[in-house]
Design a protein around this ligand. Structure first.
Ligand code: PLP
Length: 445
């Protein structure tokens, strides 16, 4: 049996169609912005693996840092009063970069566990403060927050709701702020207020004494690169503050350079949330690492002299603060700073977006949106959703034939190239995507 056959037989892939007999594409190696499959085909990877390999592939400094830490100390328990230096150093360095007083870190091994830990912290926090009824969570349609039980229950994408079960009693959806889908004739400002008022109404409907937190991605990623109207985050944060609802900014995709800043919440959207969740880019995808980052003010209210009697924080993982993953993140931060990666993204990102917007000239393109190196092209060829989805899937196939990997999601082609791309790579991505859309238009008549 060949490798693809063995994969099919033995591995259950995330988000795979269990009824399909299609074999997986096997990516064997990578260098810079390119990856190579098991047949030796070369692809420009316009998705950074999956929003994560910010530094591109085959970075030897990263490999060396990881190897050095493996030799020095591969692992030690973070439980109770035990720790190891890389996690302390990482938390200290990150504290200088996080917004406001978000100085307290719970390290995890993924984005889902970061979200899950953030919510568990919120429940613990209100229990300690004597408000155990404050448990409810508001998320947004089209959001993506992960794949553990509770995090998955906060996913708002239609296609994510399948035969699985979800938590239903304490989670509530509100509409997403996609300006592309606003009612006809409505201004962006009025649309923003509509969505903000919906959040307020939702809090009032559930009861402010029951709502614990609101979770939002600064730019919704997997749900279709939804950039909210100006002022949306500030206004939703104000509503949360009004009702003592904690604001969790899920920056699993947006932090660590993709939008040209270490964190998007404050530097791009002007807000200091109560909690930020991160993963993916924190280690440039070289090691599995995530974190829930809490405001010092929140932590102070439930720790030290303010800690409740016998309050043990029984949340965390064997691999929380794993020395090797933290060493990888430290090296990534060092490279980011030394190579002025955020400046690079602020230069190449707007160029990438400008070039992508030229695709709006194609009749099959309904919308191009995003910011810096987080973008998507929405294909609209019909009033029938399924036809639009089929069109985008075909575009994806043409892209692969032409040596480009994009990420298809429903009728969207999602793009999140490594942060090291140069303008020539941006040109190649746009040219191949444009040709592939044109080829699909020709084929589908
Ligand atoms: N939150 C956001 C915004 C994400 O995009 C993702 C993954 O794509 C997650 C959480 C979950 O991260 P992970 O797949 O590492 O568990």
């Amino acid at each position: 049996m060949n490798l693809a056959g063995k994969d099919k037989k033995h591995i259950i892939h995330p988000w795979s169609n269990l009824g399909s007999d299609a074999e997986s594409m096997i990516i064997e190696s990578g260098k810079g912005v390119h990856v190579f499959d098991s047949e030796g085909n070369k692809f420009l990877d316009s998705i950074s693996g999956m929003w994560c390999v910010n530094l591109g592939y085959g970075n030897e400094e990263m490999a060396q840092a990881i190897a050095d830490q493996c030799v020095k100390l591969a692992y030690y328990t973070p439980f109770g009063a035990m720790t190891s230096p890389p996690s302390i150093q990482l938390a200290t360095e990150l504290s200088a970069l996080t917004p406001g007083d978000l100085n307290c870190f719970q390290f995890t091994n993924s984005g889902s566990t970061a979200v899950e830990s953030a919510i568990r912290f919120v429940h613990y926090y209100f229990n300690c403060l004597g408000q155990p009824e404050k448990k409810h969570i508001i998320y947004r349609e089209n959001a993506y927050h992960g794949s553990t039980y509770l995090a998955a229950s906060l996913n708002g994408k239609r296609c994510d709701r399948s035969y699985f079960d979800y938590v239903t009693d304490i989670v509530h959806a509100t509409s997403d702020p996609n300006p592309f889908k606003r009612p006809q004739g409505m201004s962006i400002e009025d649309f923003c207020d509509l969505r903000v008022n919906e959040l307020r109404d939702k809090i009032l409907e559930i009861g402010p004494d029951k709502v614990a937190c609101f979770i939002a991605e600064p730019i919704m990623g997997s749900g279709g690169v939804i950039v909210p109207p100006p002022g949306y985050h500030k206004k939703t944060l104000d509503v949360c503050r009004e009702y003592d609802v904690l604001y969790i900014s899920d920056e699993v995709v947006t932090a660590f350079g993709r939008l040209g800043h270490y964190f998007a919440s404050e530097e791009v959207f002007g807000i200091v949330p109560d909690i930020i969740t991160v993963a993916k880019g924190i280690s440039s995808g070289y090691q599995p690492l995530g974190a829930a980052i809490f405001s010092q003010k929140l932590v102070d209210r439930i720790s030290g002299d303010s800690a409740s009697e016998n309050s043990y924080y029984t949340n965390g993982f064997t691999y929380s603060g794993h020395p090797v993953t933290c060493a990888a993140a430290l090296k990534y931060l060092e490279i980011m700073k030394r190579d002025k990666l955020t400046d690079h993204v602020l230069e190449v990102g707007p160029y990438f977006m400008e070039r992508l917007e030229t695709l709006m000239e194609l009749p099959a393109v309904g919308d191009v949106r995003g910011r810096c190196l987080m973008a998507c092209v929405e294909c609209v060829v019909s009033d029938n959703e399924d036809e639009n989805i089929a069109f985008a899937q075909r575009v994806d196939e043409f892209c692969q034939e032409k040596g480009l990997i994009v990420r298809p999601y429903e009728n969207l082609c999602i793009l999140s190239p490594p942060l090291i791309i140069e303008k020539k790579h941006a040109d190649q991505i746009v040219d191949i995507l444009g040709d592939s859309i044109a080829s699909t238009m020709d084929e589908m008549g």
